[in-house]
Design a protein around this ligand. Structure first.
Ligand code: ADP
Length: 631
C-alpha cells in the first residue's frame, strides 16, 4: 500500500446543464499530514474538486481511492459512512443550526455516527477547547458572531476526529483578525497530524499551507510544495476500517424532537390541527357509545319481559287472550286499543261550557292494568273496567283530569269520548312501566264501542328474559293455520333497531372525522414540505457529516410521527373532556371506549407519519453538494 491517503486519477466531472467541464482529468495525490491549498480563478472547479474529494459529489469518470479503498466500488450508504469517518467539513457559510446550542451543533457528526453520550461530551469538549469556544458551549449558536460561528464550525468538523479537514473558503466571510485566528487554529490542527485541504482565493491564506495546487478550467495548472510536510503522528498511520453501520440510532428521536421544539409556532399550529381532528374522532366515538348505553338502559327494563301482538280483529280478543295466557312463560296479558285523536275528541260539559282535552284515549281491559303495573285510586276502580254492565267507565291520568277540569280524585263526572258518555270511575295512582299513562285517559273496553280501524294490541308480560321465547311460540298458538298472519313485536326488536341506528351514527361520525384527519394530514404534509425547503442546508449538513438518505428519511418520518402521537394524546384528552362535558350537560353518564382511545392515538401517529412521507422522500433526495452551494 502506498503512503497516499487520497488518490485521484483522471477524475472528470461534467454538469449536464453546464457547457464546461468542471473537472477535466484531475490527477492528485495527497499524503497523510499534508496541508494543501487549492487556489484558482472563480469557476475554475475548486469547489467541485473539494466536493468530489469529500464524497459529497461523484466524479463522472476516473478513479478515486481513499486509503486503498476504491470509492467507485462503494454503495451510497457506504460512501456516506466513509465520508463521516474520513472527512470533516468547513464551509464559507459556517452553516451552524442557529436554534441549537453550540455543543449540540458540534456534537452533530457524533450523533450521526451513533457515538455514546459520554463519548459525545468528551469529544465536544475537546473540540470546543481546541478552538477556544468552550465558554460558549451552552449558548444558542445563532447568537454568536461570524468569527465565532466559524470556529464552532471548525470544532464540529474535528469533533469526530476526522483524518482530513476539507475547508471551502473558510475565511471568505471573516475580517483579517478572525482570518489570522482561524489560520492559526488550522496550522495547529495540521501540526497535530490532521490532513488539511483548503480552497481559497486569498494568497495570504494559501501561504499558510505547505503545498499549493492551482486549478484552471478544471485542470491542475500547477502543484507547488511551499513548505516541509509534517510527519503524521503514529495514531494516524492505522488503516481505515471498512465503513460500517453505526450501532446507535437514538439521536434520531432527540434530533426530531429538537427540530420540532425549535420552531414552536409551526409545531403548535400543526399540533392543533391534529388535536382537533383526533378530539373530534374521540368525542364522536365516545358520545355514540354514551348515547347507545343510555338508550339501551332505558329500554332494557321493558325489553326483558314485554311482548306485543297486533290484532287484526279486536272482537276476537277474548279467545286470543285465552290462548296467550296458556303459553308457558306468560305472566299476564291484556288488551290495549289506541283510539285515534280525530275519533276520540275527549270533552266534558260544565253547565253551558265545553271543556276539551287533547289527551290520548286508550281502551283497555283489566289485564292491561296488570301488565302495565297500573294502580288506581280508588283501588276498586280497576274492578269496574271489566264489569260489562253497559256503562263505559274511565280511569284518568292526573294530567288528563286536569285538562278536563276534574278536581283531584273526584269520581262520578261524565265525560264524552268518541261521542259516547263515559263515567269517571277513578284515577291512575301509579304506572311504573309507562311514562305516558299519567297523561292518558283509559276507558273500559268491555262497554265502550271502539271506532273502526283503531290500533288494537294484546300486551303481554312474560317471566324475565323470556320475551323472545314467548314471541316465538305466539304465532302458532294464535293461528295454527296461518301463523304468518300474527304480527308479534318485542321491545328487543326495538333495541336491535336502536343499535343499528347507533352504528349508522357512529359510522357517519367516523367518516366525518376521518375526512377531517385526511385534511389535517394534507395540510401538515404541505407545511412539512415547506419546512424541508427551508431546511435544505441543515439536511445537507447532516448528509455531509455522515447521515445517509435513509437516516434523513427516517428523521422526517419520526418528526411527523412524534407530532401525530402528541396530537393523538392531546386530542384524546380533549375528546374525553368534551365527552364528559357534553354528557353532563345532557344528564347522561359518559361511556368511554378504551379500544377507541388506542385507535385514536394510533390514528394520530399514523396520520403524522403519513403526512411526513412526501416531505421525507423530498428531503432524502436532496443532493448535499448542490444544497451546500445554496443552489
Ligand atoms: P470554483 O469553486 O472554482 O469557483 P466551481 O467548482 O464552483 O468553481 O465550478 C466549476 C464549474 O462548474 C463552473 O463553470 C460552474 O459554473 C460549474 N458548476 C458548478 N456547479 C454546477 C452545477 N450544480 N450545475 C452546473 N454547473 C455547475
Amino acid at each position: 500500500m502506498s503512503g497516499a491517503l487520497i488518490e485521484l486519477r483522471g477524475v472528470t466531472r461534467r454538469y449536464s446543464q453546464g457547457q464546461d467541464t468542471a473537472l477535466d482529468g484531475i490527477d492528485l495525490t495527497i499524503d497523510r499530514g499534508e496541508f494543501v491549498a487549492i487556489v484558482g480563478q472563480s469557476g475554475a472547479g475548486k469547489s467541485t474538486l473539494l466536493n468530489v474529494l469529500g464524497l459529497l459529489d461523484l466524479a463522472d469518470g476516473g478513479e478515486y481511492v481513499i486509503d486503498g479503498i476504491d470509492t467507485r466500488e462503494l454503495g451510497e450508504e457506504q460512501r456516506d459512512r466513509l465520508r463521516a469517518q474520513v472527512f470533516g467539513f468547513v464551509f464559507q457559510d459556517s452553516f451552524v443550526l442557529p436554534g441549537e446550542s453550540v455543543s449540540r451543533n458540534v456534537a452533530l457528526p457524533l450523533r450521526m455516527r451513533g457515538a455514546s453520550p459520554p463519548v459525545q461530551v468528551e469529544s465536544v469538549t475537546r473540540a470546543l477547547d481546541r478552538f477556544d469556544m468552550l465558554h460558549t458551549a451552552d449558548q444558542t449558536a445563532g447568537t454568536l458572531s461570524g468569527g465565532e460561528r466559524q470556529r464552532v464550525a471548525f470544532a464540529r468538523a474535528v469533533a469526530g476526529d476526522p483524518l482530513v479537514v476539507l475547508a471551502d473558503e473558510p475565511t471568505g466571510n471573516l475580517d483579517s483578525r478572525n482570518t489570522a485566528r482561524v489560520m492559526d487554529h488550522l496550522a495547529h490542527l495540521n501540526a497535530d497530524g490532521t490532513t488539511v485541504v483548503i480552497v481559497t482565493h486569498s494568497a495570504e491564506v494559501a501561504r499558510a499551507a505547505r503545498r499549493t495546487v492551482t486549478i484552471s478550467d478544471g485542470r491542475i495548472e500547477s502543484d507547488v510544495v511551499t513548505g516541509p510536510r509534517r510527519r503524521p503522528p503514529a495514531r494516524r498511520d492505522g488503516g481505515l476500517a471498512a465503513p460500517s453501520r453505526p450501532r446507535r440510532s437514538g439521536w434520531r428521536i432527540g434530533d426530531a424532537l429538537s427540530a420540532l421544539l425549535l420552531s414552536p409556532l409551526r409545531t403548535l399550529t400543526m399540533l392543533a390541527a391534529f388535536v382537533i381532528a383526533i378530539a373530534g374522532l374521540v368525542t364522536a366515538v365516545n358520545m355514540s357509545a354514551t348515547a347507545a348505553d343510555q338508550i339501551s338502559e332505558k329500554l332494557s327494563a321493558a325489553a326483558l319481559d314485554e311482548v306485543t301482538i297486533l290484532l287484526n280483529d279486536p272482537d276476537g280478543r277474548a279467545e286470543e287472550l285465552e290462548s296467550v295466557r296458556g303459553i308457558d312463560g306468560v305472566v299476564s296479558a291484556g288488551t290495549k286499543v289506541l283510539v285515534a285523536g280525530t275519533d276520540s275528541q275527549p270533552h266534558r260539559t260544565v253547565g253551558t261550557r265545553t271543556v276539551s282535552a287533547d289527551s290520548p284515549v286508550v281502551a283497555i281491559d283489566r289485564g292491561f292494568l296488570a301488565v302495565g303495573g297500573v294502580t288506581t285510586s280508588p283501588t276498586h276502580a280497576a274492578e269496574l273496567i271489566d264489569a260489562e254492565d253497559g256503562t263505559p267507565v274511565a280511569i284518568l291520568g292526573h294530567g288528563a283530569a286536569e285538562k278536563l277540569g276534574i278536581a283531584n280524585d273526584r269520581v262520578g263526572d261524565t265525560i264524552v269520548l268518541a261521542g259516547q258518555e263515559v263515567l269517571v270511575a277513578g284515577f291512575i295512582r301509579s304506572a311504573e312501566r309507562d311514562a305516558a299513562l299519567p297523561h292518558t285517559i283509559l276507558v273500559s273496553l268491555a262497554d265502550f264501542t271502539v271506532p273502526r280501524g283503531s290500533d288494537s294490541r294484546i300486551v303481554i308480560r312474560t317471566a324475565p328474559g323470556l320475551p323472545a321465547k314467548v314471541a316465538e311460540a305466539l304465532p302458532l298458538a294464535l293461528d295454527p293455520v296461518q301463523p304468518g298472519n300474527v304480527i308479534v313485536q318485542t321491545v328487543a326488536d326495538l333495541r336491535r333497531l336502536t343499535t343499528g341506528v347507533n352504528a349508522d351514527l357512529a359510522v357517519n361520525v367516523l367518516v366525518i372525522s376521518s375526512v377531517l384527519l385526511v385534511l389535517v394530514c394534507l395540510t401538515s404534509s404541505v407545511s412539512m414540505f415547506l419546512t424541508v425547503l427551508s431546511r435544505t442546508r441543515e439536511i445537507a449538513l447532516r448528509r455531509a457529516v455522515g447521515a445517509t438518505r435513509s437516516d434523513i428519511r427516517f428523521l422526517f418520518l419520526l418528526e411527523g410521527s412524534l407530532l401525530g402521537l402528541a396530537g393523538g394524546i392531546a386530542g384524546l384528552a380533549v375528546g374525553i373532556a368534551a365527552t364528559t362535558t357534553l354528557s353532563m350537560t345532557l344528564g347522561w353518564v359518559p361511556t368511554f371506549d378504551l379500544g377507541g382511545a388506542l385507535v385514536a392515538v394510533a390514528a394520530g401517529t399514523l396520520a403524522g407519519a403519513l403526512s411526513a412521507v412526501l416531505p421525507a422522500i423530498r428531503a432524502a433526495r436532496l443532493e448535499p453538494a448542490l444544497a451546500l452551494r445554496g443552489t
